[in-house]
Design a protein around this ligand. Structure first.
Ligand SMILES: Cc1cc2nc3c(=O)[nH]c(=O)nc-3n(C[C@H](O)[C@H](O)[C@H](O)COP(=O)(O)OP(=O)(O)OC[C@H]3O[C@@H](n4cnc5c(N)ncnc54)[C@H](O)[C@@H]3O)c2cc1C
Length: 604
């Protein structure tokens, strides 16, 4: 039987089972690939089901960019089931009108000069639409492809015979292999790399704005059936026209243009620092200069020291809530010379304190998640005991009424239950108190909520004018209801993605910088290689070897794509990249250096 308590049928018993954490593109593509080869897959997704029946991955990822698949990736997807056979029996990709073929039709500088006109036969599809397609496949392969929604996985364990997950609400499931496809902030990655592991987050000095416009009246006909990519003086922009008249745009520009909000990057910097064995904070020598730059940014009146208000901004930019009382406490602790102001040396001490507080808040948040799940469990137990007591009392009443004499087992049980109930109530109130404490420590201030979009939009509009951007791009930005803004960051590729029977795919293993059109392809490559390795070690006992094989082969190629994505981003947004003088070949080499999945073109 499975750990979830359900007895398995004879047919199910012989199959390899994969438990997949995360129902975004990575999880669904892996499920599609593995289930096409007869592997039973069960996806656990934290988001709730949308009315259409799939998780709202667009919402959970906080951006709306489409996934882009190269021709070879499309071919692989069709082999895994997203296809229909034409009359000659040849497999053709069929995305049921949800995807569009794209090509670089107009690739030009903001000044409007056409740089390249070439068909590049890829498809782009919104993650939501991709999930819809996967759902159709799921219905066809019912016993091999399942998804559970509203199930946040809180624990993952590797045991010799398999790997298992525990979710909020007490959901449990085990399989022969556990695939972590749970995105940038992966829970599975922590289980694999160790609870003390902290991601190295790299920011690259850029911010990405993105949004979508419904073009019902075809006001943006200019962007017909194409992907458009612009290189500005210090920025780049990508515009997609998607099915259903949706136009997606995204602009990447230097973070320093964002004014005060540029400082939001500094939280990413300081949270990537490692702690020493004794729990103290180690500031990497290479980042002292950056710290000095942050100090200068916070020092808005350029007095050479931070006053109380400026210190408050620095703390809030870390996402920490700080009351006036709190602030006084921090100042008293650090401001040794009692000047009421922070010079750079004191600022360094402040930063160390902040790093520890952020860690504390993160740990508390995690504890809160576990406690909520524990509380749910106790409540269920309480309800069950209360029901049991009611039934037992009714039974005793019935038996006595029927003339039963002497001690009754059921009566003894009914007498014992109130004690158990007291114990459970006690546990519940302790857990609730612990939760309140954890929530108080973990309470964060959402800096982003404070952002006044109108002000930001004006600033972006003004800047676009300065960049001499194409008129239509400016109109698109103005027509967007609520664009999103994100500091561009990526995380180091983990050196190994495997622990026993647990393995990582997608952004959980190799989050790339955005805006380089490579994410979708990498997901396909993960699934392809994983399937290949699992197929060549088909006995369940050999699965750990298959996963090691996968990680050994995939890590170097993912690291290559990771650095290629960074290079593309830097080149596209570097001031001084001379678009006028660059030859077409140079530009092609920047934009079209093949990442590994693109190489399939040669193979397929
Ligand atoms: C801003 C931005 C722009 C991008 N633009 C493009 C582009 O234009 N073209 C392109 O091809 N790629 C793009 N990418 C990259 C691409 O989107 C990602 O590589 C891809 O979405 C990764 O898929 P994933 O399934 O690994 O992660 P995600 O899409 O993040 O999915 C992870 C899923 O796991 C779920 N989850 C997380 N934790 C848990 C848990 N504990 N329990 C259960 N479920 C959990 C989440 O709800 C989510 O549904 C972009 C990425 C970003 C960040």
């Amino acid at each position: 039987g499975g750990w979830n308590g359900r007895l398995r049928t004879e047919e199910e018993e012989g199959r390899t089972r994969a438990v997949i954490v995360g129902g975004g593109g990575g999880g669904l593509i892996a499920a599609l690939a593995l289930s096409s080869a007869g592997i039973e897959t069960h996806v656990f997704e934290q988001d709730e089901e949308t009315p259409e029946g799939m998780p709202d991955v667009d919402k959970s990822r906080g951006h709306t960019e489409p996934l882009v698949f190269s021709p070879s990736c499309v071919q692989l997807l069709s082999q895994w089931g997203l296809s229909s056979l034409d009359a000659k029996g040849i497999k053709r990709p069929d995305f049921g009108g949800k995807a569009r073929s794209i090509w670089f039709r107009d690739l030009r500088a903001f000044s409007g000069r056409l740089l390249r006109r070439e068909r590049w036969d890829c498809v782009c599809i919104r993650p939501k639409d991709f999930c819809e397609l996967a759902k159709e496949k799921m219905q066809e392969r019912r016993s091999l492809f399942n998804i559970s929604h509203s199930c946040k996985v809180t624990e993952c364990v590797d045991v010799s015979w398999g790997a298992a997950i525990v979710g909020e609400n007490g959901v449990k499931e085990a399989g022969d292999v556990l695939i972590g496809a749970d995105g940038m902030k992966s829970r599975v990655r922590r289980a694999i790399a160790g609870e003390n592991y902290r991601d190295q987050v790299f920011t690259h000095g850029f911010t990405q704005w993105s949004g979508a416009v419904e073009d019902e009246s075809s006001a943006f006909r200019f962007y017909d059936d194409a992907i458009h990519m612009y290189g500005g003086k210090q920025s780049c922009a990508i515009v997609f026209r998607l099915p259903s008249n949706i136009i997606n745009w995204s602009i990447i520009r230097p973070t320093e243009m964002e004014g005060r909000n540029a400082l939001s990057e500094w939280r990413s910097m300081i949270t990537s620092w490692q702690l020493n064995e004794d729990g103290s904070v180690e500031i990497p020598a290479s980042e002292v200069m950056l710290l000095r730059e942050s100090f200068d940014l916070f020092d808005t009146d350029k007095s050479g020291a931070l006053d109380m208000q400026e210190v408050k901004v620095a703390i809030e930019q870390c996402g920490l809530a700080v009351s006036d009382e709190d602030l006084q406490g921090i100042i008293a602790e650090i401001d040794k010379d009692g000047s009421g102001e922070f010079e750079f040396v004191e600022f360094v001490e402040l930063v160390k304190t902040l790093v520890l507080r952020i860690r504390e808040a993160e740990d508390a948040e995690e504890t809160a998640v576990k406690l909520r799940s524990e509380i749910d469990g106790i409540k269920l137990e309480l309800k069950a005991r209360q029901e049991e007591l009611k039934l037992a009392e009714a039974k005793v009443f019935e038996l006595r009424k029927a003339g039963a004499q002497g001690p009754l087992d059921i009566e003894k049980r009914a007498e014992a239950i109130p004690l158990e109930l007291d114990g459970l109530k006690d546990d519940l109130s302790k857990a609730v108190k612990k939760l309140e404490r954890a929530e108080a420590v973990g309470k964060k201030k959402q800096g982003e909520d404070e952002l006044e979009w109108e002000t930001a939009r004006k600033a972006l509009g003004q800047w676009l004018r300065k960049e001499d951007c194409h008129e239509v791009l400016r109109r698109l930005v103005n027509a967007t209801d609520r664009p999103q803004r994100k500091v561009v960051e990526d995380r180091a590729v983990l050196p190994s993605w495997v622990l026993g029977r647990m393995v990582l795919v997608g952004d959980a293993a190799h989050p790339l910088v955005p805006g380089t059109l490579m994410g979708g392809q990498e997901l396909v490559e993960d699934a392809r290689l994983l399937l290949e390795c699992l197929s060549s070690h088909s006995i369940p006992a050999e699965i750990p070897n298959a996963l090691v094989d996968f990680s050994r082969k995939r890590v170097p190629s993912a690291a290559y794509s990771h650095s290629l994505a960074r290079r593309r981003l830097q080149l596209l947004c570097t001031p001084g990249l001379d678009w006028e003088l660059s030859s077409e070949d140079e530009i092609a080499s920047i934009l079209e250096t093949p990442s590994l999945p693109l190489d399939y073109r040669a193979r397929t």
